[in-house]
Design a binder for this molecule. Structure first.
Ligand code: SAH
Ligand code: SF4
Length: 473
């Protein structure tokens, strides 16, 4: 049984935090600041928006820099070692911020902390961190904070009982793009992956809660909604008999408005023809809302033996037949994928199977990763591929996909794209930047007033990662 609760921000702990923030504001003339830094995936970003939301509801105000904050929270990732090492190194740098202001509260949360060895590591090596908590019970954050504020000692909470809490306040980073988690956790246990161990078993939110959240976002003028789950295609399992992801998408499409619907991630073993048919029916240019013509379908490897060793439950032939069905149903669909190179025991020929799949599918974009050993996963004890070979394969993989991405981007030359404008370009402030429905970055000259709106842009130049164009009035 999954425990389902409704957020309650009126309990004793919340009163304690509110008393603290009120006294702080009275003494200093401003509210205490909260700073959250997020590592890793969109689910973590969505979680962070809830932590800031809760802190704000309890009297904190969001600040953009850790130096301005009275409460600093790092929300960590455990998918690859690189992300962990970065979070640990930045945790080391928090020491001087604590020394500057010993009343500052430092907390580390997320997937890295849900692993016992990392929890102990941080506990022992970083004694100035006040509390640590995992991913299972975000609603307990105020209680952990209250305990730290009342100086009852350090707190260590792996939070391994995983439920669903509705109604937590959210401070969304964007006013026109929103993450909506539809499910949490994962049951797939791919042999390389730590997610099932740090995010718990798969569980779906009730459809009414999801639809209510989306209705409110659309009423607020939200232009893009991304549905999140480790495997959205198994939405509803264990909760409903005849209601899955395709049905949920259909219900969302009934919430009228000019907005895009995205989702991630789909596991190829569960992506159904029915789902593809729903996308085909609701991705026409006149659809409001519109499901975007973009599908992220992680392949991981092109070798059938590696896929089996990874415990992925599909092979290259069934994957390709799914892609074929998709291309037939939605001829101009943009495809993207995740690839791991150097999975244990991968041979040169097996790696080349992956390269061949890139050439066959011709993805618009991909995310590629060098295999990273994760403690406690089955692949940890398999025969590892040497680092230099992994790196060389990674370089070849990038070279192949970069060429394909550039060629696919060149197809946009001369076309007019509908772009959701996100803001000023970081590299050239004269330019606005946004994405088309296929998630391609588009730069063009335009007014700030366009930020958060859809704009029509004629594409004049294309490279591997982005398109540049001019506004069509
Ligand atoms: N649930 C999603 C994403 C999970 S993590 C899915 O199944 O697609 C995101 C990506 O990180 C994975 O798709 C995989 O390509 C990569 N990844 C996961 N564990 C990894 C590891 N140990 N080393 C390298 N890449 C990894
Ligand atoms: Fe990890 Fe596989 Fe689950 Fe994705 S489906 S989160 S890769 S175990």
């Amino acid at each position: 049984m999954i425990y389902r609760t409704q957020a309650n921000l009126n309990d004793v702990s919340c009163d304690t935090v509110r008393r603290f923030t009120a006294a702080f504001a009275e003494a200093k003339g401003h509210r205490p600041g909260v700073y959250v830094r997020t590592f890793g995936c969109q689910q973590n970003e969505a979680d962070s928006e809830r932590y800031v939301g809760m802190a704000e509801a309890l009297g904190y105000e969001w600040v953009p820099e850790p130096e301005q904050a009275d409460l600093i929270l790092y929300n960590t990732c455990a998918v690859r070692e690189h992300a962990e090492l970065k979070a640990l190194s930045l945790t080391g740098q928090l020491k001087h911020l604590k020394a500057q202001n010993p009343n500052r509260i430092l907390a580390i949360c997320g997937c890295m902390v849900a692993q016992e060895h990392r929890l102990n590591d941080i506990k022992n090596r970083y004694p100035y961190v006040d509390f640590l908590f995992g991913t299972g019970s975000p609603e307990k954050f105020p209680a952990y904070l209250a305990r730290a504020l009342t100086k009852k000692g350090r707190g260590f909470y792996p939070d391994l009982s995983y439920g669903i809490t509705e109604g937590l306040p959210i401070r969304r980073e964007s006013r026109f793009k929103a993450w909506v988690s539809i499910m949490y956790g994962c049951n797939n246990f791919c042999t390389y992956c730590v997610v099932p161990y740090v995010r718990g078993r798969e569980r779906s939110r009730e459809r009414e809660a999801i639809l209510d959240e989306i209705r409110a976002l659309v009423a607020d003028g939200c232009r893009e909604i991304t549905l999140l789950g480790q495997n959205v295609n198994s939405y509803g399992k264990g909760l409903y008999e005849d209601y899955g992801f395709a049905e949920l998408l259909l219900d969302i499409c009934r919430i009228e408005g000019d907005y895009w619907i995205r989702f991630m991630t789909s596991h190829p073993k569960d992506a159904s023809h029915k789902l593809i048919d729903v996308i085909a029916a609701h991705s026409g240019d006149d659809c409001r809302p519109k499901i975007v013509k973009q599908f992220h379908l992680p392949l991981q490897s092109g070798s059938d033996r590696i896929l089996k060793t990874m415990n992925r439950h599909y092979d290259s032939a069934s994957y390709l037949s799914l892609i074929e069905y998709m291309k037939k149903a939605i001829p101009d669909i943009a495809l993207s994928t995740d690839i791991i190179v150097g999975f244990p025991t991968e041979t040169e020929a097996e790696f080349e199977d992956t390269l061949r799949m890139l050439e066959t599918v011709r993805y618009d974009a991909f995310f590629s990763f060098i295999y990273s050993i994760r403690r406690g996963t089955p692949a940890e004890s398999m025969e590892q591929v040497p680092e230099d070979i992994k790196r060389a394969r990674f370089a070849r993989l990038l070279e192949t996909q970069n060429r394909i991405s550039r060629e696919k981007n060149e197809d946009y030359l001369g076309k007019t794209e509908r772009v959701l404008v996100e803001g000023r370009s970081k590299t050239d402030p004269n330019m606005l930047t946004g994405r088309n429905e296929k998630n391609r970055l588009v730069h063009f000259v335009g007014e700030d007033a366009l930020i958060g709106c859809f704009a029509s842009v004629r594409i004049l130049a294309a490279d591997t990662y982005c398109l540049t164009g001019e506004l069509v009035r």
